[in-house]
Design a protein around this ligand. Structure first.
Ligand SMILES: *Cc1c(COP(=O)(O)O)cnc(C)c1O
Length: 454
């Protein structure tokens, strides 16, 4: 058999196994059983001196590995906001793997460059952001936030005549950063890596739903970055952009919005939740969460395209490219064409299909809140989006119910702490989640509430 025949056979076998896995996605335990996790020990061997046939490598991976997966690509995973993978996006991803493009620039991949430009244009349009914004397709909201915040600092310092690229930070005027008291931990990570210093961050107090209280917004000036959020991680709430952003801009500050999942509300009938978000300077959002595209696909979006392109520039004598080539908009120099599954998802859904999916999740979350309240749970948030924050009668009962639900294998959701006390959080974000799956979740939680000691 030729090596090409072997490759074909191997990939066909991988596809067969992948399809078999997907066939089980709605019925397998949502979190893997302990025995499957224990069996992962079989992988723990010394680096082999000599390789095994690829077909055996695949077989072991599937036989041992598939059993220990979390069915986050399934319909009843309600942890975090993780989404699943839409069929069109999964199919595009398979083709992208066969292409094996380095999506850094047009010269490296005309098709990747073209499709990512178009996907970027569509996203900016869907989210109602300025059409001249630059869109970099990064690995994560974390990395995209890092890119945006470095562009922000560089641009603010440049306005003061400071050459950040040449002189760095030694002796530079201090750029102050204001974050929300409920700022996502990854924004804090990006700020820490950039050298802002966690202790130097200025914290804006939030209200009971985790939104910055405009009456308590700290002082801002032309050397300030204000970090806002679209979609608070527990409540799904939005900072009052229309009130905050004009004030920040009038003071000369740069406004960045972390919209990892919540920014997609802009593509829904609930777009008004994020009114005014378009006034900011930069935004990050994920494809791999609510858009239901594969990991790891996220976007750094910057109103001043040059600000992002200058901060992220990575031209070399042997690798020059247009200013807005992807390698000049993200942290990566080499990467796969991660914008292509995002393009495919948008192509297959269209504006109406995306709106319908986001609307459905918001409606399902609201139904969950109503039914679970009736089942005796405290619903701690207003449930404006896809997040439902819950507590039972006591901390002990809250904990016991979550653990029992997780080990039921029927559903999975994670813990959180809200206003100092344990809670749990249901996120509805998978395209696969039907109304019947929501009823299953309600049934599991209703039964556990009845049978778990308070
Ligand atoms: C998930 C999340 C992030 C981080 O996104 P990654 O793509 O996982 O890096 C940031 N902010 C919020 C609100 C999130 O939910």
């Amino acid at each position: 058999m030729s090596s090409h025949d072997e490759e074909r056979q191997l990939l066909a076998e991988a596809d067969r196994r992948a399809l078999q896995y997907l066939d089980s996605i709605a019925t397998r335990p949502v979190f893997p059983p302990l025995a499957a996790i224990a069996a992962l020990r079989a992988f723990d061997e010394a680096l082999p001196e000599h390789g095994s046939p690829s077909s055996q490598v695949l077989q072991r991976l599937d036989d041992i590995g598939s059993a220990a997966t979390v069915a986050s690509n399934g319909p009843r995973y309600f942890g975090f906001v993780i989404g699943a993978t839409l069929p069109a996006a999964a199919a595009a991803e398979r083709l992208v793997l066969a292409w094996d493009q380095c999506a850094s620039s047009f010269d490296n991949s005309p098709v990747a460059d073209t499709l990512e430009r178009i996907a970027g244009r569509w996203i900016v349009e869907l989210l109602g952001l300025p059409s001249s914004s630059a869109v970099g397709f990064g690995t994560s909201a974390t990395a995209s936030t890092l890119a945006c915040l470095s562009a922000a600092r560089r641009a603010l310092l440049a306005r003061r005549g400071w050459d950040f690229d040449g002189d760095g930070l030694a002796g530079a005027p201090e750029v102050r950063v204001v974050i929300s008291a409920s700022c996502h931990v990854t924004v804090q990570k990006a700020l820490r890596i950039l050298g802002f210093g966690i202790k130097r961050l200025i914290v804006a107090p939030t209200d009971a739903q985790g939104r910055i209280d405009p009456t308590q917004l700290p002082e801002l000036d032309e050397l300030s970055i204000l970090c806002l959020q679209a979609g608070e991680v527990n409540t799904g709430e939005f900072d009052p952009f229309a009130e905050l952003i004009p004030r920040a801009k009038a003071a000369g500050a740069w406004v960045h919005v972390d919209g990892a999942f919540g920014l997609w509300a802009r593509a829904s009938s609930s777009a008004a939740l994020a009114d005014g978000v378009e006034l900011a300077d930069s935004w990050t959002t994920d494809g791999h969460k609510w858009l239901n595209t594969p990991y790891d696909g996220a976007m750094a979006i910057c109103r001043d395209a040059d600000a992002l392109a200058s901060a992220m520039n990575c031209d070399a004598v042997y690798a020059s490219a247009s200013k807005d080539a992807q390698k000049n908009l993200t942290l990566e120099f080499s990467r796969r064409a991660r914008g292509v599954p995002i393009w495919a998802a948008l192509s297959s859904l269209g504006r109406a299909g995306l709106r319908e999916m986001i609307d459905r999740h918001i409606r399902q979350a609201s139904h969950l809140a109503t039914q679970l309240r009736a089942a005796g749970y405290q619903v701690l948030n207003r449930v404006v989006l896809n997040q439902v924050l819950l507590r039972a009668d006591s901390d002990r009962q809250t904990l016991a119910i979550r653990v029992a639900a997780q080990s039921s294998g029927q559903v999975w959701f994670g813990p959180t702490v809200w206003q100092g006390r344990p809670a749990f959080r249901l996120s509805v974000s998978s395209w696969r989640t039907s109304d019947a799956d929501i009823e299953t979740l309600i049934e599991v939680l209703r039964e556990l509430k009845r049978t778990t000691p308070a």
